[in-house]
Design a protein. Sequence first.
Lengths: 531, 344
Amino acid sequence: MIAAVRTFIMRSSKPGQPSIALILSALIVASLTIAPPSYLLFRIIDNSSAAADAIFAISTLELTLRTLAYTVTVTALATMIALPIAWLTERTDLPARRIIAILAVAPLAIPTYVGAMVMIAALGPGGMFSDLLEYDFPLPIYGFGGATVVLALFTYPYLLLTLRPAIGALDPRLEEASGSFGYGRWTTFRRIVLPQLRPALSSGGLIIALYTLADFGAPSLMRFDSFTRVIFVRYESTFDRTGAAALAFLLALIALSIVALEVWTRGRKRYDAIRIAGHPKAEQIRLGSWRWLAYTYIGTILALTLVLPVGVLSYWLIRGISAGEQISSVWQELNETLLVAGFAAIVTVIAAIPIAILTVRHSRFSLTRPIEVLSYSGYALPGLVVGLSLVFAGIHLRVLYQSYAMLIAAYVLLFLPLAIGAARVSLLQVRPSIEDAARGLGRSRWNVFRTVTAPVAYRGIITGGALVFLTTIKELPVTLLLAPIGFDSLAVRVWSASSEAFFARAALPALALLVLSSFPLLVLEQIGRRR
Amino acid sequence: MNIKKDTLALRASGLCASFDGIEVISDLTFDVREGELLAILGPSGCGKTTSLRLIAGFELATAGSLTIGGESVIESNNFRPPEKRGVGMVFQDYALFPHMTVLENIEYGLQGIEGQHQMTAQALAMTNLTNFGDRRVHELSGGEQQRVALARAIAPQPKLLLLDEPFSNLDPSLRSRVREELHDIVRQTGITTILVTHDQEEALSIADRVAFMTSGKIVQIGSPEEIYLQPTSIDVAVFIGETNVLYGVVSNSSVDTPLGTFAASDNGSIAAVLVRPEHLVLSKIGIPATVTHREYYGHDQILRVQLDDTTLVRIRIDSRTHHLPGDRVMISLSEAPLVLAASG
């Protein structure tokens, strides 16, 4: 019976067209992604007057402007951090630039709420420095400034990841041409190099802007009233759930308009139109004694983003242990986090593959574009929004509420774009002719996928899995909202301890989190190097 | 050669295919005999690769029917998927599986077949790859990769072998040797073969018959001699080898050209007189002309000459005769030219 159905599904596919099995699985995944925003909408329509009150309040306008200013400042600051590092490691003779390039990406393993907690635990009242100096000096680390600095310090690697390949791919002949017209290095950089980097800058900047909008942990710890914090406070403390839903919907709209803005501005200019294949590698710029300045700059960033977190956490860990804290106490959280994140990674990758195949192999098929757009919605939707809408959905689906299934589903929705993107890149490298060849040699579509496509594209699939795993272990708002009773992730442990300023108690799970996230980063680095 | 004249290995009739509403193959109709090597020749974009992909089952026909080895594989709504057609194909980019060794590549098409090891060994031996079994495909040279692709395609002993521009990715200096090898292997196996190419020399030199294709249609099909010496259209004549084309209006059932007057039909229409450069010779008496250019090739040479009425003509002559631009020569025809209607 099952075999008969399978034969039917496989048979009914014509050459050049996606099989019914492929379309069905992609459609199921894509339609799941509509669920969160629509639940939010139902909730708002259900209580439209309360929702309108929340949306059309003066405080909401202030909140919107404040959040926009915050997002723009973080993105600008992150660009200022990332651009020099990317340029120094790609285009100059700076010694040890390869190691620096790897280290400079490492802050991705540190969740922003751990970064925020470290800042507070180091510089805040009762922090490490006042503890060591035995003097409580009030540093103005809370609020807009503190939140901005923390976000920029721990998100700049996203820009580094898009900028470095773009700088490496610059055609040096364009710069030479500019030089031949008598323009100096700075003018050339501003008028020739920077415009070419625009696509990388805007796609990296977009990631950071969306991250900043969506981030919940860091602004909350830094006591900055961002959108996410206000939504969460409304939902938690006053049980003003319609207000929370309305604000969440507004936040989703803001995020979507930022994406739309990026797409719109990107669409108007082309920078790769006249690229000639096989251009020479750019010559390295000799830094001479300028390298000491470069080292100082990079050293400061790395000290703040790597040395300080590990140092401060270790300090509090030792303080904690000497105060009787048990090392083994995070064992269960570690296991549960691993299990849930691993499961989420596997499910997300499986869900992503049919969509990636559709977009790469069947881009002209009529349903491909809508499926692709839908599946990318998790990219723009803040985790808190997805989490809240699933909470509302849970009111109708009591069985699922606070179940592992719903938690995993939320992770899949949020991180699907990561897995699709990675799978796409490696599928694009699989020549369609080898799939045809395999079919001509007597294999069915499914068999060809299993024996040819997947083994050749496995790197992208693993990359996607590692990315999803990494982001899942760091994830906070969805886990807070949807965690099943009794499920304690490392992230939740860090959050609950540090939001009450129990730094010694937060240190161990935070360190465990860092160790755990460095594994997928290592996998990614290895895969990246073998390319 | 053992072509069985009466048995058909393939029969295509009225095949059509289109992409995005644009017809790229229209009314493709031809037969291939058992054991025959047919070359489909035509300019790039004429639909020849699409024809192969239709036969292999990688593209969908919008109309028409196709039988391979007497079994219907395309007929109205009945479509047999590629894995059930028993057709071997060598792709233009070879399409070797990069994650497998040479041996694994060849065994891929033999899964679950009895005598698998023997068939693999045979395919390896036939393509001179016996010692290459454990190599990874990216360690091989272009010519070796091509042999692996061929070995993989013939190992399952297909009813039909399709070769898509098999020599286009090879260094020109290797091409004629590899072509010879491939020709020998295909002859040894006796597999019916369809070769697609845009290289007329390739098609003429190894095919039993050549089908000339342009704009999604086969316009002429015949032996290499027929295609070369009796092209039925100007397109074919111009694409296959060099041709001097001279036009004239037909009157009194003949057409007048600077090279002479020839019999033609349809008074009042325009006729094209086609003269191959090697069918013109230098002679003592003939049509006076001035040499304008000389292209020396070693085995022979081409003289570009201008007739006194300014018509330019190319003549192929032996490589010993010495003429320089400006020399006055006499030319004449050594063979009767071909006269075709110029419309179309």
